[in-house]
Design a protein. Structure first.
Length: 300
């Protein structure tokens, strides 16, 4: 009797200690994720009236005009103050942002849209395909396949912003002389939007294109039925992006387009635009993504 009671007490102590350990590990894990997601980047001008104002290698682009600005993407949920700081470091005012746009409704690109919307009073325009997931703060994203249940753990969640307008493929969004053309390139998400931005740099007329994403998550099965059009969506998106003659290659992550290296090369090269002119890098990125997609698809 005494023995079994002391066994029970020991068991309780051990399970309590285990629970404390698991709780501690979880808190540390969340703190590490937050730290890794809030590494500030320096803002810089890309070309013409287009500026990088993102952080932690997640892009956000400010497109300026005397009549007001367009801001594309809102980074992670804690990036709001960092993006606003970058905007003011460049000499602009968040209050002059008239329209907020988004590449896609994932927590690393839509995370601070609500904060930025509240700070600026800007309208948020979202593609039809991503509007439901955006309005739900990331919940129920079918393109994530079975991993969408991870939303409940918090990692994929973001504060749901107010959607002011639904945009369609091919729409031109304009504030004064700031212009961006929407190319809906679905697959990564249903409404994944790549942005074509016409720019003037001195006498040059340039076209920047920011690729939304061409990543197919490893846990999404093309035949699972969770998002049945994912295969045809990806194939159409590769072709669509190839049809845009991009001079300046941008993307929703800086590393994809090597933006920090290009910016350093620009500083070292007497502010020449040359390092940012990269149509080959743009096409090579699409080709690589397509090969990865086809390899995966043919192995099924
Ligand atoms: Zn994404």
């Amino acid at each position: 009797m005494t023995q079994s009671r002391s066994f029970l007490t020991r068991w309780r102590v051990v399970s309590l200690a285990l629970m404390v350990l698991v709780g501690f590990a979880f808190t540390q894990w969340r703190a590490a994720i937050t730290r890794n997601r809030t590494i500030p980047d320096e803002p810089f001008r890309i070309a013409g009236n287009l500026y990088y104002v993102g952080h932690t290698g997640v892009t956000a682009f400010l497109l300026t005009s005397p009549e007001g600005h367009i801001l594309i993407d809102g980074g992670y949920p804690r990036h709001g103050p960092l993006i606003m700081e970058s905007i003011s470091k460049l000499g602009f005012d968040i209050g002059d942002v008239r329209i907020l746009l988004n590449s896609h409704a994932h927590s690393d690109h839509a995370g601070s849209l609500r904060d930025l919307q509240q700070a600026s009073g800007a309208e948020l325009w979202v593609s039809r395909g991503d509007s439901a997931v955006m309005a739900d703060g990331g919940r129920g994203d079918k393109a994530l396949g079975p991993a969408r249940f991870a939303w409940y753990l918090g990692g994929l969640r973001f504060p749901a912003p107010r959607i002011d307008r639904i945009l369609e493929d091919g729409d031109t969004i304009q504030v004064g002389s700031a212009r961006a053309v929407a190319h809906v390139t679905p697959g990564h998400t249903r409404g994944c939007t790549s942005w074509e931005i016409p720019l003037e740099e001195g006498d040059l007329e340039l076209r920047a294109v920011s690729i939304c994403s061409l990543t197919l998550f490893p846990f999404v099965s093309l035949t699972s039925g969770a998002y049945p059009e994912v295969g045809t969506d990806f194939e159409a998106s590769f072709q669509r992006l190839r049809s845009i003659p991009a001079d300046i290659f941008l993307a929703s992550h800086t590393s994809w387009a090597d933006l920090h290296r290009k910016n350093r090369a620009r500083q070292e090269g007497g502010d020449s635009i040359a390092p940012f002119i990269d149509p080959e890098g743009y096409r090579a990125f699409i080709d690589r993504a397509e090969r990865t997609y086809l390899d995966r698809f043919s192995s099924h």
